[in-house]
Design a protein around this ligand. Structure first.
Ligand code: PEP
Ligand code: MN
Length: 329
């Protein structure tokens, strides 16, 4: 729509989209409103809609992912349990790999809050490489996260692994994480797409950017376009680090999508000493959000201890972050 198009003009376009048999996805921005439409284009529709009052232009999107494509849209930002994602400042989610007990998660929440970060992470359902490893505390873990939110006001993000658990995770969490191993679990993507919680989608271990964006489109196609795309390192020939951070993903995604982009330095490097410089690189590249693993006693952590920062290292990292210039898109 043109800047300054009236709500009635936008409404008329929405009504006509419906009359033509399509489902409209209106995106009402502060400066720019877009009526996105997905479906087979029978021709002539472009000219038809261009003749409507208030329509600036009708743009056909060639990419297979339509709703998450940048097209002419402003970058997305949204509230997530009081934490702003995609805003002018970087959003930080930090916490343990797994919720282990009340004392551990409350101690993490306290230091996360004190550091100025706005979100607490913690896995309650854990995707472990071995079926014999600790699988997470489940709903009890979610309840501990909710208690941490009650005490600190931090927003909660936690992973959901099974479509049957989306409802209970949405009940306790402000944001639902889809782990790297589930990036193409299409049944799960559809299910989180139907709920109203923002989704933190992690890039698959061997997924291309194109596959990553199509996975996000699965979620958006169900009506939920509050999605953060998280680069967390991919598998390459390199074995010196757990994964290889594809820092290119930040500017590439910024070019292709309006969705906020996150970096998870912890899983990318797998080694706590390497986390601070890679965190700085993520900020400099213009990431919208960071996800960091911390633990009160990393050597005793049940999972991912080697990459978890202890509290002093985390507080030092957070205190230094505003020294890093952030690339603006
Ligand atoms: C996690 O965040 O703890 C996790 C399992 O991440 P990923 O899915 O990126 O491996
Ligand atoms: Mn982890």
């Amino acid at each position: 729509m043109e800047t300054g198009a009236s709500p009635a003009q936008t409404q008329a376009v929405i009504a006509e989209v419906e009359r033509c048999g399509f489902t409209p996805h209106p995106i009402i921005g502060a400066h720019l409103s877009v009526v996105a439409v997905v479906g087979k284009h029978p021709g002539q529709l472009k000219e038809h809609f261009e003749s409507f009052d208030g329509v600036a232009k009708v743009q056909l999107i060639d990419q297979p992912y339509k709703l998450v494509a940048k097209a002419q849209r402003e970058p997305s930002s949204f509230d997530c349990g009081g934490a702003l994602v995609g805003g002018p400042t970087i959003t930080v989610a930090a916490g343990p790999c797994a919720v282990e007990n009340e004392e551990q998660i409350l101690a993490c929440a306290e230091v996360v809050k004190r550091s100025g970060a706005t979100m607490l992470r913690g896995g309650a359902f854990k995707p472990r490489s071995s079926p014999y490893s600790f699988q997470g505390m489940g709903v009890e873990g979610l309840q501990l996260l909710a208690e941490a939110r009650r005490r600190t006001g931090l927003a909660i993000v936690s992973e959901v692994m099974d479509p049957r658990n989306v409802e209970v995770c949405a009940e306790y969490c402000d944001m639902l994480q889809i782990g790297a191993r589930n990036m193409q679990n299409f049944a799960l993507l559809f299910e989180v797409g139907k709920c109203d919680r923002p989704v933190f989608l992690k890039r698959g271990l061997a997924a291309t950017i194109d596959e990553f964006l199509n996975a996000a489109e699965y979620i958006a196609s169900q009506g939920n376009d509050k999605i953060v795309l998280c680069e967390r390192g991919i598998r390459t020939f390199e074995t010196a680090t757990r994964n290889t951070l594809d820092i290119n993903a930040v500017p590439v995604l910024k070019r292709l999508t309006h969705l906020p982009v996150a970096i998870d330095p912890s899983h990318a490097v797998g080694d706590r000493d390497l986390v601070p410089p890679i965190t700085w690189a993520a900020v400099a590249a213009g990431a919208d959000m960071l996800m960091l693993e911390i633990h009160p006693n990393p050597s005793k952590a049940v999972s991912d201890g080697a990459q978890s920062l202890d509290f002093p290292a985390f507080e030092k990292l957070m205190a230094g972050l505003d020294q890093v210039p952030r690339y603006a898109y």
